[in-house]
Design a protein around this ligand. Structure first.
Ligand code: NAP
Length: 490
């Protein structure tokens, strides 16, 4: 197969894009290019640099299985550690030469006659590729809340995913909007520095203790030198996380057990009954992402921190006005309001058969087959596409299963002499019916508002099963679900 600049174009250099690129490189296939919109690789782990940023999956599991990190220093890895691991992997596999930085994809259009993807970047570069692999991830587009008057604010304002380290928060009056996974991590870090912190909570989260620890010299030696130890630790942590799915899919006893653990954690750390009541969730644990922290609740008991639960009525030049009419003067507003994970449009203009924009194809809600393939979009693979996110285990496991599937697909095409692959409408629709049916029995549709749901209340982000089942589904390419063809001109 030739006629294209590269065989595979990969959008994004987060864990998804890197997993794809490294696996290709390990197979000796070098005809690929990574297109990265920013000036450095790393995706969400490059963008999120807020104080305290860390991963809530333990380090031995939060790495690529074929690229083990021997340098982890603690159980729950911090952002600088993860990002440096990613950069080291890129250098080790010589991927920089195959990466275009500052190359935001403006459009990728499938050329039906030539059977290839024509890609244009915002800065005017062009590339053709036989296959297009999207590693854009679900957490790459910060969500900015629609608060009346936000644009009138004259103080400092930034999103947690674009932290302004040049702004000194010391002795400032700060409003933080949102109490999700990001806020829970940075609020304890900034609380001792600022003069006053108004933390706007819309919905309390379930928070469980974080069993974090740094690895001692002997354990670091083991991690560095004994592959069997690394693998055993990884396997054990994987299995433990996998079991959590039972609590999210109908095992009431397990769910209530963890809820009890979280409530005891809250009671231990927050003596004031009024504050405790404000922080107590009234929905099933797991419906929104379960958070882990030992520092968040204690930060809220500080005299300079005020939990605001009345909601935001609007923003003025120098203040946030609460729904109950209080005017809180602040110097800075930090938006910890999360990401647009479930929303159309797709982050990039992707035109498939007939020039149809993926955003239009998804107007009734995003969906794909195995989160990977979309009907009428030949040779397009989406990593961490619809319904392949997780609420209970490491996303890297899902990425690896998807990359394996793509490589199997490419091998199969070679064996069959095919140059085009696409999923049948029947397979995609059947897959999505099955997913939505399974979701009905999970805690994620038990009636809370979460970023897992789209505007119609459909869960389009999570895989509603054990990840081992996803692995099993992607072990083999079901040929009946796909259509293979040769490019007419060939
Ligand atoms: P998030 O969990 O979606 O939290 C957003 C917060 O902002 C929520 O408290 C939400 O309230 C609030 N909010 C949103 N719009 C609002 C509005 N208009 N007015 C008032 N409040 C509003 O976002 P995140 O904390 O950035 O985390 C997103 C995801 O990133 C996580 O779930 C996780 O997957 C990933 N993440 C992981 C880690 C980690 O590994 N530890 C750390 C950070 C992020 P409601 O709850 O009421 O909607």
């Amino acid at each position: 197969m030739s006629g294209s600049d590269v065989e595979v174009a990969i959008i994004g250099s987060g864990f998804a894009g890197l997993a794809m690129a490294i696996r290709l490189a390990l197979r000796g296939e070098r005809r690929f290019r990574i297109l990265e919109k920013a000036a450095e690789i790393g995706g969400t782990w490059r963008d999120n640099t807020y104080p305290g940023c860390a991963c809530d999956i333990p380090s031995p599991l939060y790495s690529l299985s074929f690229e083990p990190n021997r340098d982890w220093t603690r159980l729950y890895p911090t952002q600088p550690e993860i990002w440096s691991y990613m950069r080291a992997a890129v250098d080790r596999h010589g991927l920089r030469a195959q990466t275009w930085l500052n190359a935001e994809v403006a459009e990728a259009a499938f050329d039906e006659a030539a059977g290839l993807w024509r890609i244009r970047t915002a800065d005017g570069r062009a590339l053709t590729a036989r296959f297009l692999v999207s590693g854009m991830g679900g957490l790459s587009r910060p969500a900015v809340p629609d608060l009346p008057g936000l644009d009138r604010f004259r103080g400092k304002i930034f999103h947690s995913a674009a932290w302004d380290h040049g702004y000194d928060l010391r002795d400032k009056r700060v409003a933080v909007i949102g109490t999700g996974a990001s806020a829970v991590q940075f609020v304890p870090e900034i609380a001792p520095k600022v003069s006053r912190l108004h933390l706007f909570q819309r919905t309390p989260n379930w928070i469980i203790p974080k069993a974090d620890r740094s690895f001692g010299p002997f354990e670091r030696w083991l991690v560095r030198n004994v592959a069997a130890y690394r693998k055993a630790l990884r396997g054990w942590i994987y299995a433990y996380h996998e079991l959590r799915f039972m609590g999210f899919s109908g095992n009431e006893r397990l769910r209530r057990f963890v809820e009890g653990q979280a409530l005891r954690h809250l009671a231990r750390q927050v003596p004031d009954p009024e504050l405790r009541a404000q922080l107590t969730p009234d929905y099933a644990l797991g419906c929104k992402r379960v958070l882990i922290s030992n520092e968040f609740y204690p930060a809220l008991t500080r005299p300079n921190v005020h939990l605001e639960t009345a909601g935001v009525r609007g923003i003025e030049e120098d203040a946030v006005v609460t729904a109950d009419g209080r005017r809180l003067e602040v110097d800075a507003i930090i938006l910890a309001t999360g990401f647009r994970a479930a929303e159309v449009p797709a982050p990039v203009r992707i035109l498939g058969r007939g020039g149809v924009d993926l955003s239009d194809a998804w107007a009734d809600g995003i969906s794909a087959y195995l989160g990977l393939l979309v009907k009428d979009y030949p040779n397009l693979f989406l990593l961490i596409g619809p319904n392949t996110g997780l609420g209970h285990n490491s996303i890297i496991f899902m990425i690896e299963a998807q990359v394996d599937y793509i490589l199997r697909c490419l091998d199969l095409m070679r064996a069959r002499g095919a140059s085009l692959v696409e999923v049948t409408a029947r397979a995609q629709d059947g897959f999505n019916r099955e997913i939505q049916e399974k979701l009905r029995r999970t805690v994620w549709l038990s009636g809370c508002r979460s970023w897992y749901l789209d505007s119609r209340g459909r869960n389009v982000t999570l895989w509603p099963d054990f990840t081992a089942r996803f692995w099993a589904r992607t072990r083999r390419v079901r040929e009946a679900d796909l259509r293979f063809a040769a490019v007419p001109a060939e």
